[in-house]
Design a protein. Structure first.
Length: 336
């Protein structure tokens, strides 16, 4: 969501940006594409399974096409426009104070990622280094994607290679100098990244919440993009764009958050974009979550229940009021 100049909140709309690109090549194997090659060679992991896993991650929890495609921000869940999957887009001008473009990551050889190597894709995804060596904006959540396991990374790259090419020229983003100066130093991934213990529902949920960058929207930040102390997942971050103007909600289990959610309601909300009779704003990208398995959505729910409760009232059905707690203006802000 953009740590340095826009509340990470806005980034979810933007969220998943520069990338689907990263398959670390160096990791304990000096040969180009070594780790990816080893994963592909495993007879126990057929390419069909890899493509299915890649599709699940890319189109689901990683939210890749929410940024790398033109989407319909007026429709529930903000689905991508037909024929534009992976073709790149400009981020909403209301959300970013400079022209920011997500690249075309479809396999089109002329205008997309068709000529990029697996190593270039891998570095973009987990290290924030573009195929041409440029530093990528933190709107691309590569710091989150560093936890992406080598197996899942291989699946993501394989699936991106398989989608229909989209011939679409996207301008190259030129990051302003203040942005460039605020970027963290390059952090190469130099060790194997194992698959989490998916038999543990909490760990599974933590992994998925990290890949989805849930904190990017649901944790308010200061003007430098730093999370506000004591407000992790407590909402209040302004989200302004073609979807309208709302604030992210408190998703901790505090009474001011989603303490009234049970597992069944949580799954229903993530699949339908509705909290009982209330329709959520399209910026809550439920079109990406609705096809996730019950097991994975339950794991996310279970992990969120372990987070510290934070008292912070946010209600988008109420008139916006200044909030002393987070410093933003949102519904019920005057009750904090």
């Amino acid at each position: 969501m953009v740590r340095q100049f826009m509340p990470r909140a806005s980034k979810m709309a933007v969220l998943a940006t520069l990338g689907l690109a990263i398959l670390v090549v160096a990791l304990n194997d000096p040969s180009p594409g070594g780790r990816l090659a080893r994963a592909k060679d495993r007879k126990s992991d057929p390419m069909r399974e890899r493509l299915a896993r890649g599709r699940y991650l890319v189109e689901g929890p990683m939210l890749c096409f929410a940024c790398h495609s033109e989407v319909d921000w007026k429709a529930p869940g903000a689905p991508e426009l037909k024929g534009q999957k992976g073709g790149g887009a400009r981020f909403p001008e209301e959300a970013i104070p400079f022209p920011l473009y997500s690249p075309n990551i479809s396999p089109d050889a002329e205008t997309g990622a068709g000529t990029w190597t697996d190593e270039q894709l891998a570095r973009a995804i987990r290290e924030g280094i573009g195929h041409d060596g440029r530093r990528l904006s933190p709107v691309m959540p590569y710091l989150n994607y560093r936890v992406l396991s080598d197996e899942d990374l291989a699946s993501v790259v394989a699936y991106l290679r398989s989608i229909p090419p989209v011939h679409n020229v996207v301008p190259k983003t030129e990051l302003p100098e203040p942005v460039m100066n605020s970027l963290p130093p390059p952090m190469p991934v130099t060790a194997p990244v194992p698959q989490p213990d998916f038999s543990n529902s909490i760990k599974r949920g933590e992994y998925l919440v990290q890949l989805g960058d849930c904190a990017g929207c649901h944790t308010p930040t200061d003007q430098q993009g730093r999370p506000l102390p004591g407000l992790d997942f407590a909402g209040g971050a302004p989200l302004k764009g073609p979807w309208g103007e709302v604030a992210s909600t408190n998703i901790t289990s505090d009474p001011s958050g989603i303490s009234y959610y049970n597992r069944r309601l949580f799954l229903q909300v993530m699949r339908t974009g509705r909290v009982r009779t209330r329709q959520l704003n399209p910026i809550m990208l439920t079109s990406r979550y609705r096809y996730m398995t019950d097991e994975d959505l339950t794991a996310i729910y279970s992990y969120l229940r372990t987070l510290p409760q934070v008292s912070h009232r946010v209600d988008n059905t109420e008139p916006p009021r200044p909030c002393k707690r987070c410093g933003f203006v949102h519904g019920f802000g005057d009750r904090n």
